[in-house]
Design a protein around this ligand. Structure first.
Ligand SMILES: N[C@@H](CCC(=O)N[C@@H](CSCc1ccc([N+](=O)[O-])cc1)C(=O)NCC(=O)O)C(=O)O
Length: 216
């Protein structure tokens, strides 16, 4: 049964890999699995039909037979459980890789999302300018710690895993801010993720949504 994911019909980044369907596409490509894509408009996302799949009215969702999932991390974990290529077989190494999946979305992503919120949702507030340095320093704290941990290694814990896929996906969101370039170790780590053939196929597929059609 070929699964179907949902993705943005139109996206602020016009398919440059920042929207979270990118993580699911990448995981499907690493697992060598075919998939269908249903594009959803911002308004359709908030309609009952989509909310039946995603209670928060967002993308991505994942449908496979009568299974419906949301949360990009949970979808990646589901794929990693069902297919080889995303989590190691060794029980302890697998547990460590899953730990990094949680660290990506629970510890590293929140301060990065705070910057997105500070910029795009609070930018016009009188206190926005004052708050921005605090937000950036909270990100730098996590990047310092992550950079120290990765050091000269290729991946977070031995071979590439879903933990790296999620962490690279989180760090990619930083690129527009310029903060990632302050950390050559992390910029190189992200570049290694982007150099993977599965990433390139996923990126090309997401971009094609926006380049293969006449702009609306
Ligand atoms: N925790 C959930 C978060 C899902 C989520 O934030 N989805 C966003 C798209 S990915 C976030 C995103 C959107 C756009 C860009 N961009 O740069 O264009 C980057 C990231 C969404 O549906 N937003 C519409 C809404 O909430 O109404 C997950 O990981 O799946």
């Amino acid at each position: 049964m070929t699964p179907t994911i949902t993705a943005f019909e139109s996206s602020p980044d016009r398919g440059k890999g920042l929207a979270r369907d990118m993580r699911v596409r990448w995981a499907l490509e690493e697992a060598g699995q075919p998939y269908e894509v249903r594009l959803v408009s911002f308004s359709a996302m908030k309609e009952p039909a989509h909310r039946a799949l995603h209670p928060f009215g967002q993308i991505p969702t994942y449908e496979e037979g009568d299974l419906v999932l949301f949360e990009s991390g949970a979808i990646v974990f589901h794929l990693a459980q069902r297919h080889a290529g995303l989590l190691p077989n060794d029980a302890n190494a697998r547990a460590r890789a899953i730990t990094w999946m949680f660290a990506a979305v629970n510890t590293v992503e929140p301060p990065i999302l705070d910057l997105v919120i500070a910029r795009f949702m609070e930018g016009d507030k009188p206190w926005a300018e004052q708050r921005l340095p605090l937000v950036k320093d909270r990100i730098r704290k996590r990047l310092d710690e992550l950079s120290d941990r990765i050091g000269e290694a290729d991946w977070l814990d031995g071979a590439f895993s879903a933990g790296d896929l999620m962490m690279v996906g989180v760090l990619l969101r930083l690129r527009p801010s310029g903060l990632l370039d302050e950390y050559p170790t992390l910029a190189a780590y992200v570049a290694r993720g982007e150099a993977r053939p599965a990433f390139k196929r996923a990126f090309a597929a997401q971009l094609a949504v926006f380049t293969d059609r006449v702009p609306a």
